[in-house]
Design a protein around this ligand. Sequence first.
Ligand code: C2O
Ligand code: CU
Ligand code: CU
Length: 578
Amino acid sequence: MIKKALGLGALISLPGSIIPNELLADSSEIFPAGSAIGNPLRFPPVLTGNTMTASVTNQTVWPGQTSQLVTINNSYPGPTVIIERGSTLNINFVNNLSEDSIIHWHGIIAPEVMDGHPMYAIHPGQTYNYSFPIVQRAGTYWYHPHADMLTASQAFKGLAGFFIVTDQSENALNLPSGNFDIPLCIQDRRSVNIPQFTYNPNSTDMMVGFLGDVPLINGTPDAYFQVSRTLYRFRLLNGSNARIYKIAFSDNRAFHIIGTDGGLKDAPVSATSFYISPGERVEILFDFSPYTIGQSVTLKSLPFTGSGGPTYQQGTEMNLLRFDITSNTSSGGVVPASLTPITYYNPSDVVRTRSFTLSHASGGMNMHLINGLTFSMNRIDFEVPQNGLEQWKIVNATNEFHPMHSHGILFQVLSRNGSTTLAPNDKGWKDTVLVNPYEQVIVLIKFTQYKGIYMWHCHNLEHEDDGMMLNFKVVDPIGINEENSGVPKDFRLHQNYPNPFNPSTKIKYSVPQTNGGVNVELVVLDETGREIETLVNKVHTSGNYEIQWNAANRSSGIYYCKLITGNYTETIKMILVK
Ligand code: C2O
Ligand code: CU
Ligand code: CU
């Protein structure tokens, strides 16, 4: 259970001087008593009241220096929203910036008008009222701005915060809580611009993403955190524009991964490292009891091979946060044998398959494409009927990393390059999935809650602002939205005629009214259920159709004809007698 405040729950002033990252402990080691080098880890305050005001304010990030940032309620990172499942979020967002803005609740299932879609961006001086129920499971979510082509710069300059959903089933698990439940927002900024968060991407930055060389944890450079010899829960959020981290501890000690984007996993899984890409969250339990007082251990990003430009690269090794072990207080938390149950989607329930190819054109604007498209505010790129399980295949045809994110939903990863053996941080409820260079990732996704327009985009914020984003519309389930008389009410596959037959037979089928047509597939299966022929596979408007199947080259026996459309299938049995 999250107590009144997460962690220390308040902003802490930053004494001391800038300590180069290299001076941070590199493995567990004794540090000189009383001379904690670096800056104590900051914690954003918990949001109180119903107003979130975006404005440019002066903050202290590096001790003794003033950073002019874009903040919510004068806080960087933004105040943490904590809300219990079942209650209603009521927020008035006030835009006191000199440009458009809107807040998106990342990972939160919200009605279209509450989701922070860029079409709802408000002008300077305006207020947007959010009010909607929190319907989903407990988890570590977050918020950030989403105005068209302004997401990256506003988020980079400081506008982002945690959004924590709590619920009773999570509270019952006896996980470390209160001062032992620690949110860690990881971001990177550029040392060359200290103390400002200057956002000035050049063409390499637009291609790779705007990478920095200075990690900030909850807005703290050279951060340290004093811990007890006990079990902690860490909620990691990658709030960076583009940088991917390979998280591990400096002594390679194992920890338990307990949560993904959409809350707790079904069971803890032991690991020594994991990747976290922009937008993703991973929760872990780490036990400091094997250490002795006076030791320290550092949360790191391990080196890996990545793309980059001459100055900044993906995969750079970084020290993120040093833990100094200073006391013996127990959190009382445990590593439960099981967490909260997850029903995994069954791929055989998939009724519709979509494929998204990520590519880039060279040079200029709108380089990053999804299925050859760049974002257009008023174009709906695809419609998703509610309640049908869909398979989305993401094909990365580029040498860049693309963390793909869907609004309005939590999905499940099925496979990576065909392998269903997933890393523990891939398995569970997700809203963002990292698609590595030239990789193919398949996710299973089903919209059941709200109809409306949502977004599917790359969460590398430079790619997003460059247009690597599509609109989709969640619509009525197929087959029940037609009311006009004179058109078929439902999908129907009629019995073939003649039957038995030799060598050809007529198959009739009906297609009801849908928004903009629907793909209908008619396939022939043999007696064992193997698909042997596709008779029809195209988008249909409403009407009655007829097709002839000529089985002259088939042998006598039982065949089936199957109509597949949306979440509806129907099968008839056909008998060929020669
Ligand atoms: Cu955090 Cu549209 O994204
Ligand atoms: Cu989002
Ligand atoms: Cu991308």
